[in-house]
Design a protein around this ligand. Structure first.
Ligand code: ATP
Length: 258
């Protein structure tokens, strides 16, 4: 057995290429995501962010190279990985109330009904929906529906949480609240988060590292460490000189690539 210098990567991409529709969408992507790391993938529309996330979800296969989860090759969807989509409206079941939507994940895991109630209550409380357990998705605001989708994903107790532009459809205030909630939840559970966004500031605010992709074909243009202290703060973090410096650097890089 080979000696390892540190813990095994939670997600490891090694020289992957993804071809779709007869062309290379992603090329030569290599990246190790550490366990418990919050990694943000950003870049312009069409650079392959969602495709990269779908590779981790086991929904798209790499045409070349390898992708593994905690050392095991990804061959399809697994319960260790959960996905939060931008479109919460379609992700939730409209005929089930908030409790019922969270229960879905517990049922899928085979948890007996009698054990589900306290787990559901705790999760809804965690995402601030304790008093809305009996409401149906249509009775909840957009932010609340997204919180519910997050609770349902957490019910699966995933090692890796994939988030695809999860706050893109929310107003600025709600978006900031949810950013802080997800940061706190991920830190508390030591969940590895793979977060896709086209918003550079969101990527820097959330990420321990930011992967900047450029398109045609999608490839890693920059990988930056974000040296900002935790917990992050919507005012002081965003005003920090390191935040402003990195924002400028990545912004310039994106502009130059046009
Ligand atoms: N199934 C598919 N067949 C053919 N081409 C595809 C398929 N899925 C995605 N693509 C193409 O791959 C490229 C990358 O798409 P992807 O959705 O991964 O980009 P993105 O960076 O997430 O974009 P956006 O920010 O607009 O969501 C796009 O040009 C898209 O048209």
């Amino acid at each position: 057995m080979l000696a390892r210098s540190g813990p095994e990567a939670a997600i490891s991409f090694s020289g992957i290429r993804v071809d779709l529709g007869g062309r290379a969408i992603l090329q030569d992507v290599s990246l190790d995501v550490k366990p418990g790391e919050f990694i943000c993938v950003m870049g312009p529309s069409g650079c392959g962010k969602t495709t990269l996330l779908r590779v981790v979800a086991g929904l798209v296969q790499a045409s070349a190279g390898t992708v593994s989860l905690a050392g095991k090759p990804i061959t399809g969807p697994t319960r260790e990985v959960s996905v939060v989509f931008q479109d919460y409206g379609r992700a939730l079941l409209p005929w089930r109330d908030a409790s019922g939507n969270v229960a879905l994940a517990l049922e899928a895991a085979g948890m007996p009904r009698s054990e589900q109630k306290p787990v559901i209550e705790r999760l809804l409380e965690k995402v601030g929906l304790k008093d809305h357990a009996a409401k149906f998705p249509s009775q909840l605001s957009g932010g609340m529906q997204q919180r519910l989708q997050i609770a349902r994903c957490l019910a699966q107790d995933p090692k890796v949480l994939l988030m695809d532009e999860p706050f893109g459809a929310l107003d600025a205030m709600t978006r900031q609240q949810l950013q802080d909630e997800v940061l706190a939840l991920a830190a508390e559970r030591n969940t590895t988060v793979f977060f896709v966004t086209h918003d550079l500031e969101e990527a820097l605010y959330l990420g321990d590292r930011v992967v900047a992709l450029l398109p045609n074909p999608g490839r890693i243009a920059r990988l930056v460490d974000v040296p900002l202290a935790h917990p992050r703060n919507q005012l002081t973090t965003r005003e920090h000189p390191d935040f402003l410096r990195l924002r400028r650097e990545l912004f310039d890089m994106m502009q130059e690539s046009h």
